[in-house]
Write a protein that binds this ligand. Structure first.
Ligand code: G1P
Length: 297
């Protein structure tokens, strides 16, 4: 029987400079889409995929994240007193069972591969997931759940994959495709942030991974790559080149790049339009402002 994936790493050590000044005192992952922080979307997706152990790789200035997943007895008592059961149940989604969440510090920003490696002792010898909270993915079945289901058949290593315009490959890890089989793509290598002209394809890695502990062993070598950083892409590529199974999974769903302001705004609008309490007023406003836009042209 294949070992189930129950552990997930959330690399959340980044400074979030693109969102300064907000991120001067608030971790980027606490910025909210409508009324839920980015990290809540990532945690909910992980839970729906069967994850029960949550490992955060943090850095200085991220204590708001720890508080977010802690109980707040005073607030809970106040809400209970006022009979606000709906808000109490909303708060419940932020609570973690004792021991289900662990925080590891990445002392220096040395890249995504290094951040994942920092969690190696908590992963030990099991398959594990990695979720990048900047990549928010909406859809009927959460992206990681789709991947866990596919992984139950394939094993190996799997990354979420999505086509991007060729001129954008330099923002992504990109797959060197060996063979396609429906949503599953066998991969013979991966390149981090290649120039369009050097890119092996335009199928990009999106921030969801299911990985074997071998990838952590590859990261032990601490080899730096693109941008002088230790890249997760490179450590996975070593597996592919060694003939181990590495797959891209073309997920169903819409991905928002919440590491960029435009992506963040698009996600905010998309999630707000899904809400019964907000849809009508927001849609009316959007059609009003798009009308202005047309008049100005
Ligand atoms: C990271 C990964 C990259 C991946 C991307 C997806 O890059 O290194 O391979 O394609 O996430 O969002 P970053 O955006 O952190 O520079």
């Amino acid at each position: 029987m294949r070992k189930k994936v129950t552990k997930a790493i959330f690399p959340v050590a980044g400074l979030g400079t693109r969102f300064l000044p907000a991120t001067k005192s608030i971790p980027k992952e606490i910025l909210t889409l409508v009324d839920r922080p980015l990290i809540q979307y990532a945690i909910d997706e992980a839970r729906e995929a069967g994850i029960t152990e949550f490992i955060f790789v943090t850095s200085r200035g991220k204590s708001a994240l720890e508080d977010y997943f802690d109980h707040n007895p005073q607030l809970e008592q106040e809400l209970r007193k006022k009979g606000k059961e709906d808000l109490l149940s909303t708060l419940k989604t932020t609570n973690m069972d004792s021991g289900a969440i662990a925080y590891i510090r990445q002392h220096k920003p040395m890249g995504l591969g290094h951040a994942v490696w920092c969690a190696r002792r908590l992963i030990a010898n099991e398959p594990f997931a990695v979720i990048l909270p900047d990549d928010v993915i909406s859809g009927d079945t959460p992206c990681l759940k789709q991947m866990v289901d596919a992984y139950a058949e394939t094993g190996g290593n799997m990354v979420a994959a999505m086509e991007v315009p060729r001129e954008k490959t330099s923002s992504y890890g990109v797959l060197d495709i060996a063979e396609e089989n429906g949503p599953l793509v066998s991969v013979k290598g991966m390149v981090e942030k290649p120039k369009a002209e050097d890119s092996p394809s335009n199928l990009a890695v999106i921030g969801r991974y299911i990985l074997t502990p071998n990838v952590l062993r590859n990261l032990n070598k601490q080899k730096s790559g693109s941008g002088g950083e230790i890249q997760l892409t490179d450590a996975i590529s070593v597996e592919a080149q060694a003939g181990q199974n590495v797959y891209g999974y073309r997920f169903n769903g819409q991905r928002f790049d919440c590491g960029s302001k435009v992506g963040f705004l698009q996600a905010t609008v998309a999630f707000a339009l899904e809400r019964d309490d907000l849809r009508d007023d927001l849609a009316a406003y959007l059609s009003e402002v798009s009308g202005y836009d047309k008049a100005a042209q």
